[in-house]
Design a binder for this molecule. Structure first.
Ligand SMILES: *[C@@H]1O[C@H](CO)[C@@H](O)[C@H](O)[C@H]1NC(C)=O
Length: 508
């Protein structure tokens, strides 16, 4: 309020009526003058013309020692004996003089002598909005659980403003936010109590801290204000489930992987805080005991490791149910299935089985005659289980695949001749295409059976022989010999002597 004293005075005369009253005490002449000044007016400002108001000739003031009677060493006002005007000597602070009382009136006792007159001058110090509302602290912290329901109320500090009535705190304002609104309760005439009311539930995981600004505004024009920052810390509640970082967990694992081999590591996170967000991994409740012998899950790291013997031929695929739980008082948990595909290793050799077998094969059989049927099996899969078969020896036999998988026929691949070779030992080799490849063998004995395909042959033909005369009739003349390479009956020779016409003359 930058106004010259006089101007202020004139201004105030409009609004505040002042009165002059004369009161008689004994022989004293007493008058009462009422003035008003604004607090905070400049030093030297005019309060009023007392001489004029009292109707005293100002020329006589000095002579009659017109003065203010008082004990204060630092008076607020002084009286000029030359012009009869009351001036402000120093800064007047209404709040210092009067605290919060409604009207602030300073009574001055002025004295004139010869004759003695006492005049009371009442000066009302008008309030000026020279104080801003002040909160007891700069910052207020509130801790609110995220589970708190809308409608919950939190009392806030009130601001103080030493100025009187309309210049004191008139309203509170809250900075714009989505979660809280302000409610102000009127307590008595001059006390307003601000409350924070939760409008929308908090979510620590979305925002762990809210900063609001509460402003107290007084009724001055212009208004003065004071602020306090309200820091709301949202306290955690176990309201989030663990979430696996991947939708699908799948891994491949070699069969025969040694115990301790890491199959896969799963990972879940939980947005909650502290124990509410700490994850423990485990197998699902329904997981088969046998599966639990093969695998192990580390509760802290989520690593799934091998503990048993992984055999592709037994199981090519494992689906393991696992779960991630937090450590909240009431834990929340999430399930997941982990798929582990087993990779086949070439750990099985082919197996050869002779399913049917002819004891012998006639030597005149046609090329392509089946001698034996074999089946070949390899427990491995893919190239590890793909088998090729051959016969090791150079023999007139071949292996021919049949229509049925894994079935092979051993067939003749050229004409046989028992008289040349009557027995074959075949080594059938089955070999897979794994890396490295595994193989096995089986020996098959083939006997070639005889067919009467050879004529008896004389050792000489023709035979030329001589007979001495006078020969002993009992003695043989000569012998012939024929042989037949066939076997058994086919090689049994019967000799006949035939005439040139073919008649049998002698049989033996
Ligand atoms: C789990 O996932 C979180 C979030 O992606 C990541 O910060 C953390 O390092 C992961 N933990 C492991 C053990 O991989």
């Amino acid at each position: 309020m930058e106004q010259s004293g006089r101007h202020a005075w004139v201004e105030r005369r409009r609004c505040v009526a002042y009165m002059v009253a004369l009161v008689m005490f004994w022989s004293e002449a007493a008058a009462q003058i009422r003035y008003s000044i604004s607090e905070e007016v400049k030093e030297g400002s005019v309060v009023g013309n007392i001489a004029k108001d009292l109707g005293i000739d100002k020329v006589t003031l000095k002579e009659r020692e017109y003065r203010i009677v008082g004990t204060s060493t630092e008076p607020l006002f002084h009286l000029n004996q030359d012009d009869g005007i009351l001036y402000v000597s120093r800064k007047v602070d209404r709040e210092e003089i009067c605290e919060r009382s409604n009207a602030c009136i300073i009574n001055l006792k002025t004295v004139l002598e010869n004759p003695l007159e006492i005049h009371y001058v009442a000066i009302e110090v008008l309030d000026v909005n020279d104080h801003s509302p002040v909160f007891p602290e700069k910052e207020k912290r509130l801790e609110i659980f995220e589970s708190t329901l809308p409608g919950a109320r939190f009392q806030l500090q009130t601001a103080r403003d030493p100025d009187g009535s309309q210049f004191s705190v008139q309203q509170y304002k809250l900075s714009h936010n989505d979660h809280f609104r302000l409610e102000v309760k009127e307590r008595g005439e001059d006390r307003k109590m601000p409350f924070l009311v939760l409008q929308k539930q908090l979510d620590r995981e979305a925002m762990r801290e809210h900063r609001l600004l509460l402003t107290a505004v007084d009724g001055g024009k212009p208004a003065r204000s004071g602020t306090i920052e309200i820091l709301i810390e949202v306290l955690d509640v176990n309201d989030n489930w663990p979430v696996f970082t991947q939708d699908v967990y799948s891994a491949v694992l070699n069969e025969n992987a040694p115990p301790g081999t890491l199959a896969i590591q799963v990972n879940a996170t939980d947005l909650d805080e502290g124990a509410n967000g700490e994850i423990v991994y485990s197998f699902g409740k329904e997981v088969d005991v046998n599966l639990q012998k093969l695998f192990y899950i580390d509760s802290k790291t989520g690593e799934i490791k091998v503990t048993g013997e992984i055999d592709f031929e037994e199981n090519q695929n494992y689906e393991i149910d696992i779960q991630a739980s937090d450590k909240g008082t009431v834990p929340l948990s999430t399930d997941k299935t982990v798929i582990i595909k087993i990779i086949d290793l070439n750990d099985n050799a082919p197996e050869i089985e002779v399913t049917s077998f002819s004891k012998s094969v006639p030597e005149d059989c046609r090329t392509g005659t089946t001698v034996a049927l074999i089946s070949v099996n390899d427990l491995d899969s893919g190239p590890n289980g793909k088998v090729s078969c051959f016969i090791r020896e150079a023999v007139p036999f071949a292996i021919s695949p049949s229509l049925q998988d894994n079935m092979y026929a051993i067939v003749t691949k050229s004409l046989l001749d028992r008289e040349e070779k009557s027995f074959y030992g075949l080594t059938v080799v089955a070999k897979d295409t794994g890396e490295p490849s595994l193989s096995s063998e089986k020996t098959i004995a083939v006997v070639v059976s005889d067919v009467n395909d050879n004529r008896p042959q004389f050792s000489l033909s023709p035979y030329t022989f001589y007979i001495t005369e006078n020969n002993d009739l009992a003695a043989p003349l000569f012998s012939v010999r024929a042989s037949d390479p066939d076997d058994g009956d086919n090689a049994h020779i019967v000799y006949h002597i035939c005439s040139l016409t073919g008649d049998v003359l002698l049989k033996r």
